[in-house]
Every structure is written in C-alpha cells, then in structure tokens.
Design a protein around this ligand. Sequence first.
Ligand SMILES: *Cc1c(COP(=O)(O)O)cnc(C)c1O
Length: 402
Amino acid sequence: MSDYRHFETRAIRPQTDNSLHREHSSSIYMTSSFVFDNAEQGRALFAEEIEGNIYSRFSNPNLSELVDKLCLLEETEDGVVTASGMAAMFSSMAALLKTGDHVLASRSIFGATHQLFTQIFPKWGISHTYVDINKPEEWEGLIQGNTKMIFLESPSNPGLDIIDLEWLGELARKHHLILNVDNCFATPYLQQPAKLGAHLVTHSTTKYIDGQGRTVGGAVLGTKDLIEKIRFFTRNTGPALSPFNAWVLSKSLETLPIRMEKHCQNALRIAEYLEDHEELETVKYPFLSSHPYHELAKKQMKFGGGIVTFIVKGGFDRCSRFLDELKMLSLTPNLGDTRTTVTHPASTTHSRMSEEERLAVGITPGLIRVSVGLENVNDILEDIEVSLQASKKKLIAPILTN
Ligand SMILES: *Cc1c(COP(=O)(O)O)cnc(C)c1O
C-alpha cells in the first residue's frame, strides 16, 4: 500500500526506508555528507543523472521523509523544508522574483513577512502593493503588468481574517500569477490551499506542525516546476533544516490531526464563553457566527483553528495588567503549542509595524491573541476569567487610594 488514502495515515506512515537494524521509528541521519561508492557515482550524483543524497545542505533522508509527508498532506507535487518559517517565506519569493517584479500582498500578514516586503525586497527592486483582505473586490484592479505573485495568509495572523481561496485561485489563473498561501494558522488538516488553486503553500512548521514548541522550521510546498527553482535557490543559499529538527517535525505530524481537533474544540469553547463577556470589547474566532466571514470559514476550513483573539476593555494598560495576572497561560510569542500561549501583538510580534499599519489590520493596543492549547479547557478558562477580574480591580484601586 503506497497511496495512503486518508489524512491520518498519510501523517503517520511514510518513512525513510534505509533501515539497517529493523528499527520501527525512523533513524536520525546526523551527517553533513554522504559517501560515494566510487568516483563515477560521485560524478553522476553531482550531474543529477542519478538520485541520491550528497550533502545535507541539498538533501538528507530525514528532510526527504518530512517533505514526502507534507506533500501528501497538502496534496502538492513537491516541496522543500527550511530552517525557519521565514526562510520558507523568503525562499518562496526570492527564488522566483527578480528586479522589476511586483507582488500583490494581503496587508494582514505576519510581522517579519511585512519586513520582507517593506525593507528587504525593495533593495532588489521587487515591489509590492498591499490589499485589504476584507475587500476582495479591490484585488483584481490592483494587479499590474509586472505583478508575478499573490501572497496572503488565511486565517491571518493575528486578525483571523479569511478570504475565499477558491476565488483567489481563479483570479491567479486568469492573470497567470503564482498564488502563494501561508497556511500556518490552518495547517493542512483544516485547509488545503493547493486543492483550491494555490501554486505554493508556505509554512512555519514552528507552530502547529511541531505542536510542542521545540523547533523552528519551515516548508514550501507546491508544483514541480516552481519547487525545482526554489530547491535550486535553497541548495545554493543554504537555509537548510537540521536532520534532527526534521525528525522531530516528522514525528510531530503523526499527531497533527488529533492535536488540531482538540485545539479547535478547546478554542471554540473558549470563544463561545468569552463572546459577550462584559470585560471584553470584541471576540474573534472563525467558527463564531459573529465572525464576518463565518460562512466562508465553514466552507473552506474543517474546523475554526486554535487561535482566539479578543480586545480587553481599557486599552493597553488594562491589557498589561491582564497579562501579568495570568498564572498558568504562558506569555510568549509562539503559537500552536500544547500549552496555551498568550501574545500581545502590538508590543511584540507586530511591534515593528507603525501604529497606523497596525490599526489598518485591526491590531489595536488592547488586542490579545490566545493560542489555545491542549490543557483541560476549564483550567484555561479559569485563568482567563480570574485575570480579567483581577485586572479590573486594579483599575479601580488607584482611584480609591487617591
Ligand atoms: C510564525 C509565523 C511565520 C514565521 O515563522 P518562523 O518559523 O518564526 O520563522 C510566518 N507566518 C506566520 C503566519 C507565522 O505565524
């Protein structure tokens, strides 16, 4: 059996097959290079006349196993894995774009990706136009003669905005553009952009794919012809993933479906509890009926994801007190961990954007992003509730003492 029809099986079964000791779990190939049987084999490997590992910057059995699994899960032809999510984002664009090219990009993207578009690509004459993810009617009109790629996240970090990927796939086809979707928040278990028309699916594997906050890594998955160019780029520029990290990530994928299901179940429960909470201004979660794209989310995602955002009444000061009161939840910029993590995007992950840029994508001073973990949901809720109440009391205390 080689085609593994079901997602869960595809996440578990593909494995490197060069076992010498009948070990059940894949070995870790911690080696910089691979030995040639003879001079002729070395020549043929370098000439790419035969397939095989040469050097771990190019390929390695652990990296290949991870790529094979990710391709099966995202239903893409080929892929490369990289040392971080940002290396994946950068390589997926730098390998394919040249001076004079233009990218149509959603404004609602990860902070470091925003730095790529605004600070790094302009140095090489690659320009971009930001579009509002909530105004799809404006996208087609902003495509220019030199536009080569559309880049976006759906759901976006941290706004949880959603756009119709099938519609975008058609738009990209019509204008012969490469559609590049950062699928970090959804993971292939909730949404497979390539099936909806994306040519490239990019990942920070650091998040849900690792799932336990241990490694930093990334992946670019997509069509054979595009990945060939990206592989040439990564092979020669060197953002190689460590074989050990690839092994960890490959093992992590085995539990991705079951973890995602629980993340989503806990997140929905928390979103429902917090909705209409008197200490909050708004609560956002794709599978709440109050989400502006609730119907679309239900159409293109299996569940609503593990991230819930809310705006605490009282702005930044109240928000800081709320964060300081938390006893169990971890204050850390990572997400997709078994442990619930809480982030204040305006002062951390998105702090290098200007205030104006942040407000344009809904990152207000009171916005909190919760990556809902796999702890008992009642313990998570209790920590949030107690901290919301405690931070309120402190709001009144200085007035009383004055
Ligand atoms: C974290 C993240 C990245 C960057 O990934 P790293 O692994 O931290 O380099 C890119 N996109 C999104 C949506 C992310 O959440």
